[in-house]
Write a new protein. Structure first.
Length: 205
């Protein structure tokens, strides 16, 4: 019996060793080998995405290009959003010692735009308090220049961009009347300003 048992163990061990050798002898090409292959894109058939050109808004070079002022004669500056124009606002903010924010906050009563000899004019002031904060805006289209006359009580400050604008007679006469009414340069004992923004071209209704 022991004899048969020893024989059985020998045969079993032999078979196990044979099976292991047989496994090791499997050709490599028979083994499962998974390779990830990247797809090849043919440049000729590759879809072309056209880039749309970015629209460039041309920037105005001078005040003539800001608005077609002749089309806005008789209209109010705030009506045509004159002080929303970035080019003009930048010019106004660059006026020496001029406070643009105060100007805008006080410009809430106004006269319509007028034009004479390529010079734009409009007046504005603080509602119900014109003598304390009144403005005369002049824009010289021909010479690309801005002047602002700021009346405050019986004082007057003038902000010039390049130089003094040579005003047409109708504007100069109007300005002289306003200076007189505001007692600019007066030596009178009564210095109460009666400045008003209403002009000859746009009389008070």
């Amino acid at each position: 019996m022991l004899k048969y048992s020893i024989l059985f163990v020998v045969i079993f061990l032999y078979n196990c060793d044979y099976i292991q050798k047989d496994k090791n002898n499997i050709p490599k090409e028979d083994k499962l080998d998974i390779n990830i292959v990247e797809p090849v894109v043919n440049e000729k058939t590759k879809p072309v995405v056209e880039k749309k050109p970015t629209a460039i808004t041309p920037q105005p070079k001078n005040l003539k290009e800001v608005f077609l002022f002749n089309d806005f004669v008789g209209k109010y500056p705030t009506q045509i959003k004159l002080f929303d124009n970035e080019f003009l606002v930048k010019r106004l903010k660059n006026l020496d010692r001029f406070n643009f924010d105060v100007f805008i906050s006080n410009w809430n009563t106004e006269t319509p735009i007028s034009i004479e000899n390529q010079i734009i004019h409009a007046s504005g002031c603080k509602a119900h308090a014109c003598p304390s904060n009144g403005y005369e805006l002049f824009i010289d289209l021909k010479n690309d220049n801005i002047n602002i006359f700021y009346f405050r009580g019986n004082t007057l400050k003038v902000y010039t961009e390049n130089d003094w604008i040579d005003l047409p007679a109708i504007y100069q006469d109007e300005l002289d009347i306003k200076k007189s009414n505001a007692k600019i340069g007066s030596t009178s004992d009564n210095m109460e300003s009666i400045y008003t923004i209403y002009s000859k071209n746009n009389p008070k209704e």
